[in-house]
Design a protein. Structure first.
Length: 593
């Protein structure tokens, strides 16, 4: 999803500095008043609010602070490579705590990039600790944090893996013990003691910790550990795409698998059937849950760990990627007193984030919210969540029947899979409950015909469904290596971009792309943003539903009424410089006409 602007400006701007921005004409009084109101309500930093609302650009704000504080503003991407003997002068813990990083030397001074130029005490401490004069320069917090990960995190992880391997190779008995454990595990799958012993070796524990910490720092959604005939692959899924990482030798793999199974409370002796578990852990002060899936393959057991970070779920709707028209309809329907709101899209399209963001905004002390999910991936305070378990008869339908006796205001059903579930959901909607759920269809209009194929009567669909949202995720262009370029207008028109949407200068249209840099792993992309097709069930659509119209006809009428399709949403993101032609084609190729 789109990255929140709340981390962009470290400096907690005071009201005095806000007044100064009004006096110098950087802001209007009404803009400052609105931003201060949001700050008082949400507790967000004033600088972040000003940037997020578009009252001032991030660069404009930093340049203002630079002038007021009398220090230079720099972009770290333009500073170049920071020598190891420079950044190593400041401990990593101190750099992370105060959001700063040394970037070079100037005569007898150490130049340090800081996100908060008013924190003079830490600069004085650095001067005393290092015995050298400090010259501060101002940089964006996001750039400093990226630099810290690049120079401390990534290099430290690589060195740590090498150190672990050297330590283990130097200890011949450890190698022999590991090899014996591997062979023993292959010969005797019931020898649990041998497996546990090898899994608890210090190097194995360190390797697992290193792999998990690296994934969290890289903001990966999944970790893949894959065994092959002569090697092991470790891959992180970042922004929906897999990236290969440094991997340990094959001889350690069985012990790594056993270690992860122990952490997930799985049976380490069972290697014949798939297993699923969960790991709770704390990384960099954040409480995380990892969903672990173990799949027996020919060379060994493949492990995929899904990182579930609940902090990414309470995203404001304005940050998800909704176009203004679609956002207005979504907010109206999600706050309706009763009815059904459906979210559709393939696995990994961000449906859970959209649902949880909506529920988080609706979660108030006077509202009773209950959910049934398979599985409950995130636990939300103040919301009653039920884990589906079909083996004991606790299906979506059975849970829904019980919910209606629990006096709920809002019900969320993880997925509608059959006629029984959708029938009870419709009954709940018609008796005064607001229902959220998901369906697996390619577009919004297709959900209407899908419900009809499941056996739901058209009059029940038309009277209960409020809206259907289809969504996808596209990768956003990396802000650190973003560049503009020109393409022929005629070429864009052939791709289906409407002539009315483009600004043509000398037959050319300006677009954006990422060159590829260290911050985005040379991909040119960082972060993802949603594409939303919001179909409101108005009177015109209700008539079509009662007539059992096709999905194509429903979509045609909805577009005439102002619905923005997934393809049109992607075109807006493309022309707005948010994503690229390649991403638009990859994600919305099926939506082309």
């Amino acid at each position: 999803m789109a990255e929140s602007a709340s981390h962009t400006i470290s400096l907690g701007l005071s009201k005095r500095l806000g007044d100064l921005m009004v006096e110098t004409g950087v802001l209007t009084y009404s803009q400052l008043k609105e931003a201060l109101g949001i700050q008082q309500k949400e507790g967000t930093r004033l600088g972040a609010i000003l940037v997020e609302k578009g009252f001032i650009s991030e660069v404009g704000l930093l340049e203002f602070l630079s002038r007021q504080c009398g220090i230079d503003y720099v972009r770290l991407a333009e500073v170049g490579e920071i020598p190891e003997d420079i950044f190593k002068r400041v401990p990593e813990a101190l750099a992370r705590q105060h959001v700063l990083i040394p970037v070079g030397k100037k005569k007898n001074k150490l130049v340090v990039a800081v996100a908060d130029p008013l924190n003079v005490l830490v600069l004085d401490d650095l001067k005393l600790m290092l015995g050298i004069e400090i010259e501060a320069v101002l940089a964006a917090e996001s750039e400093i944090l990226s630099a810290i990960e690049k120079y401390y995190g990534a290099k430290a992880s690589q060195r740590a893996l090498e150190d672990i391997l050297q330590q283990t190779d130097a200890d011949a008995s450890s190698v022999e013990h590991q090899a014996h454990a591997d062979v023993q595990a292959e010969i005797d799958e019931t020898n649990v003691i041998s497996m546990q012993r090898s899994a608890e070796d210090a190097p194995i524990v360190q390797m697992v910790n290193l792999i998990v910490a690296g994934a969290v720092k890289a903001k990966a959604s999944d970790i893949h550990l894959e065994p092959f005939a002569k090697e092991v692959k470790v891959r992180y899924r970042i922004d929906g795409v897999l990236h290969e990482q440094p991997a340990p030798p094959k001889r350690f793999f069985n012990a790594l698998v056993s270690r992860i199974k122990i952490m997930a409370s799985l049976d380490i002796a069972e290697r014949r059937v798939p297993q699923d578990g969960r790991i709770k852990l704390k990384v960099e002060g954040r409480d995380l849950v990892m969903r672990v899936s173990v799949l027996p393959c020919t060379p060994g057991e493949k492990i995929v760990m899904r990182i579930l970070d609940s902090s990414g779920l309470k995203v404001r709707l304005s940050d998800l990627g909704f176009e203004p028209e679609a956002k207005s309809i979504f907010e109206k329907c999600m706050r309706a007193p009763y009815g059904i709101n459906l979210i559709t899209g393939p696995t990994g399209s961000g449906k859970s984030t959209t649902l949880y963001s909506a529920l988080s905004q609706l979660n108030q002390p006077d509202v009773n919210i209950v959910t049934v999910e398979d599985p409950v991936e995130y636990q939300l305070p103040g919301i009653n969540q039920v884990q589906m378990n079909s083996e004991i008869g606790l299906t979506f339908a059975a849970a829904l029947r019980s919910f209606l006796r629990q006096d709920p205001n809002i019900i969320m059903v993880g997925e509608i899979r059959d006629l029984e579930t959708i029938s009870i959901a419709i009954n709940a909607a018609l008796t005064g409950h607001l229902v959220f759920s998901t369906l697996h269809t390619n577009d919004a209009a297709g959900s209407i015909t899908r419900m009809g194929m499941m056996g739901v009567e058209p009059f029940l669909i038309s009277s209960s469904v409020l809206m259907v949202v289809a969504q996808r995720l596209v990768r956003g262009i990396c802000k650190d290596c973003r560049e503009t370029y020109e393409v022929d207008a005629e070429w864009l028109l052939k791709l289906g971009v409407p002539k009315t949407h483009i600004q043509v200068v000398n037959g050319k249209v300006t677009l954006a792309r990422g060159r590829g840099c260290d911050e985005c792993a040379k991909t040119g992309y960082r972060g993802r943003i949603g594409l939303y097709e919001v179909l409101e069930i108005n009177d015109a659509i209700r008539e079509l539903i009662l007539e059992k119209a096709t999905a194509g006809k429903i979509k045609e009428v909805a577009r005439k009424n102002g619905m923005i399709t997934l393809r049109e949403c992607a075109i807006r993101k493309l022309l707005g410089g948010v994503t690229t032609i390649e991403e638009m084609g990859r994600v919305t190729a099926s939506d082309m006409e």
